[in-house]
Design a protein around this ligand. Structure first.
Ligand code: AMP
Ligand code: MG
Length: 407
């Protein structure tokens, strides 16, 4: 059985981004998607020196050791522009964001001055350049904003909009086919007969794929029937870049997914030394990369998060990012008997239970850890990673944890 690290390395090294050609895409459809080309700033942001405060723009040369009175020659709201250079003894009323009038070189906050009619009295102690946001302080004209491979986040879309971009060169959206297997699996909305379970895997996996920003081809839930399963898998292999199944990859009598893959496609591996998630398959079917997830609800979502999600991100063209891991102190104790790498579901805290700040983060397990106990994952914010081999974890021992990232 190969290790988690080895399995992940093997999957990632076989994957390449879906498309080399960029697809010019509306910015409104770009959240979570990946830039196929580096984006440069066509202009500076902000594109003019502007006021950081509501107040008065003036010439610092006019100011002195004593308070000085200046004549207010214009009112300048944001969005308007004062063209005439400021003369000695003049000031302009200015609002936050409005361009600095030519000739002026400082802004004094309105709270600091006294205004009487068209005169404003300015106290001493003002400095040239104060309260002015220089052009280009955010982005210099011509600079590279984002490299190819950047997965666009919320603030990124603001930055790109401030440059006037309305479309972006993106990798095309990944197509991911999803199906669940099992005679006992029933879609919600129907009554549950004895021995049946609702199809929670398709719900979690579909939601996770939606957050990732891929196009989901939902092939439904398929019975453990050789013909039906062969047809559904073939459809996924033809239509999708990646095909994800749940169930049917362990060693039971009805675990047909593996059997069909061996016949119609290829399997690279079908067991990984991790818990949850020992039975899982990776291979190829038709044009699709195939990910066979275990049926147990915690196992399928855990394998998705730890194996499939990084793989899909690579296929989407995203630059590889390190796992977000850190150390925390274990609260309680844990006896690890098996030799596989363990991914316990945990909750990290930065405060003591009484609300006082802790000197280092600590982590507790989310109750019972069975692979069918989905509350263990819904409560968790991290995986607690226990390396291969048996171990006895005592209260206060340092452990490695990894944030659970869905998006
Ligand atoms: P399998 O991997 O097919 O042997 O399934 C292992 C366990 O997971 C069984 O108890 C199944 O009933 C359960 N299971 C399989 N598929 C699903 C699903 N889509 N939703 C919820 N539970 C499932
Ligand atoms: Mg099954």
């Amino acid at each position: 059985m190969i290790s988690y690290a080895e399995a992940k390395r093997r999957v990632l090294e076989q994957l390449i981004p879906v498309a080399r050609e960029a697809e010019e895409t509306p910015l409104t459809d770009s959240l979570g998607r990946v830039l196929a080309q580096t984006v440069y700033a066509s202009e500076a942001v902000p594109n003019h020196d502007n006021s950081a405060m509501d107040g008065y723009a003036m010439r610092s040369a006019d100011l002195g050791e004593q308070a000085v009175s200046l004549r207010v020659v214009a009112d300048l709201p944001a969005g308007s522009y004062f063209h005439t250079p400021l003369q000695a003894g003049e000031a302009v009323r200015i609002m936050t964001g409005a361009p600095i009038p030519p000739g002026s070189d400082c802004v004094v906050m309105q709270e600091q001055v006294k205004r009487q009619g068209e005169w404003v009295t300015v106290p001493p102690g003002q400095l040239p350049g104060q309260n002015i946001r220089p052009a280009g302080e955010d982005i210099a004209a011509g600079s590279a904003i984002f490299a190819a491979g950047r997965r666009l986040g919320v603030a990124d879309l603001g930055l790109l909009t401030s440059l006037g971009k309305s479309t972006l060169p993106l990798f095309r959206r990944l197509r991911v086919a999803l199906l669940s297997t099992g005679n006992e699996v029933v879609s919600p909305g129907q009554p549950l007969a004895p021995g049946q379970v609702y199809d929670s895997n398709r719900a979690t996996l579909r939601a996770a794929l939606t957050l990732l920003g891929v196009e989901v081809i939902d092939l439904g839930s398929v019975r453990d029937d050789r013909e039906a399963l062969t047809a559904a898998l073939r459809q996924g292999g033809e239509q999708a870049d990646a095909l994800i199944t749940s169930g049917g990859v362990s060693v039971g009598d009805y675990d047909l997914v593996k059997e069909i893959l061996l016949k119609d496609g290829q399997i690279d591996f079908w067991q990984v030394a991790m818990k949850p998630g020992k039975p899982q398959a990776y291979g190829r079917l038709g044009q699709a990369h195939f990910f066979g997830l275990p049926g147990n609800p915690v196992s399928s979502l855990t394998v998705y998060l730890l194996m499939v999600r990084p793989a899909l991100l690579k296929m989407m063209g995203a630059a590889t990012e390190p796992e977000r891991r850190f150390q925390a102190r274990f609260r309680g104790s844990w006896h690890k008997r098996h030799s596989r790498m363990d991914f316990l579901r945990g909750i990290v805290h930065f405060d003591h239970p009484d609300g006082s700040p802790a000197s280092s983060p600590w982590v507790e397990v989310t109750g019972a850890q069975g692979s069918g106990i989905l509350t263990s994952l819904s409560k968790a914010n991290v995986f607690i990673i226990l390396p291969e081999g048996p171990a006895q974890i005592a209260d206060g021992d340092p452990v490695t944890v990894q944030w659970i990232d869905y998006a």
